[in-house]
Ligand binder design. Structure first.
Ligand SMILES: NC(=O)c1ccc[n+]([C@@H]2O[C@H](COP(=O)([O-])OP(=O)(O)OC[C@H]3O[C@@H](n4cnc5c(N)ncnc54)[C@H](OP(=O)(O)O)[C@@H]3O)[C@@H](O)[C@H]2O)c1
Length: 286
């Protein structure tokens, strides 16, 4: 298969490129080579490469940067995504779009969100992802696949570029630099390699929107406390892990029901974290 991967230098894109390069022809132009806000440039590259599918991971993924750079983040997260969908429509090929659990946010209960729930995202980033999903599906009603990803992590021992994430924050935390998590929040937190391993099955999903990540059975604060124990970090008097205050209750946790119909499943948060730790401890011992 010929794949075109946007954002191939990013946290997710670089791993997707490495995983799929073994058995596919992949083109992953850098931001400099392909600016998704430039329709002409996108057309030149996609028409020349003639991919079988576009895996679109490029974005401004930093939620606060989006808020402070409204125009730029709209141009990339919404218009850039629409540019690619427009070309996929012309080429009659599917597009896999990386959306986010941040499209939810309005659910104040511990119940997991379903894809059919009405969404009222609280952040600009969440609104941008929601708008991009809608416009992609307008252009590609039969070939647009929007995956709502949750917060992803990898171990700092990974050979790939790894930005600050739930696991590295806990591993690096100490009494001088504690971590703060909310005990009013439920959200999925997913090992990035689980996402990637489920991607090839996602290529053949019917067009539509899918929750695509691990799910929460505890609050983020409780999960962090359990992880500190597993990491054997003593949280004496809650000095390493502290409760975030002044936050509203929220649930970004995602129901697995729709995905499971298509034989895709993700681990519960803690199980996924334990698999990641086991993987890296086995690899370090070899
Ligand atoms: N990471 C998460 O936990 C998470 C959770 C939910 C959803 N997502 C979504 O998953 C996708 C991948 O996330 P990530 O963590 O891998 O993001 P990332 O590490 O920030 O990577 C994003 C990539 O997009 C590229 N990019 C930015 N603007 C571009 C443009 N105008 N044209 C072409 N490329 C551009 C960046 O290139 P430069 O660095 O060179 O600018 C970078 O390589 C994103 O869509 C994100 O919104 C991520």
């Amino acid at each position: 298969m010929k794949l075109l991967i946007t954002g191939g230098n990013g946290f997710l894109g670089s791993r997707i490129l490495s995983f799929f390069s073994n058995s596919n022809h992949c083109l992953a132009p850098s931001h400099q080579e392909l600016d998704i806000t430039n329709l002409k440039q996108c057309q030149n590259i996609l028409y020349k490469w003639q991919p079988d599918i576009v895996i679109h991971t490029a974005a401004i993924s930093d939620v606060s940067y989006c808020e402070s750079h409204t125009e730029l983040s709209n141009a990339i997260n919404v218009n850039g995504s629409v540019n690619l969908a427009y070309i996929c429509k012309e080429l009659k090929i599917p597009m896999l779009f990386m959306s986010s659990d941040q499209v939810y946010s309005s659910n104040h209960t511990a119940l997991p969100n379903n894809e059919s729930d009405s969404c009222h995202p609280l952040t600009l980033y969440g609104r941008q992802k929601l708008e991009a999903e809608q416009r992609i599906l307008d252009l590609l009603p039969d070939q647009g696949i929007c995956l709502r990803l949750s917060w992803m992590y990898d171990h700092s021992a990974s050979p790939f570029k790894t930005k600050s994430n739930f696991l590295t924050q806990l591993m690096n935390a100490n009494e001088q630099s504690p971590v703060f998590f909310s005990d009013l929040e439920y959200r999925g937190i997913t090992w990035v390699w689980e996402v990637i391993q489920n991607l090839s099955t996602a290529f053949s999903l019917p067009a539509g929107i899918y929750n695509f990540g691990s799910y929460a059975t505890t609050t983020t604060y409780q999960l962090a406390a359990e992880m500190l124990e597993i990491l054997k970090k003593k949280n004496n008097g809650m000095s390493i892990l502290q409760k975030r205050t002044n936050v509203s209750p929220r649930s970004l946790s995602m129901s697995q029901d729709k995905l499971q119909v298509h034989h895709i499943s993700f681990s519960e948060n803690l199980t996924g974290l334990q698999s990641c730790l086991t993987h890296y401890s086995n690899n370090c011992m070899n």
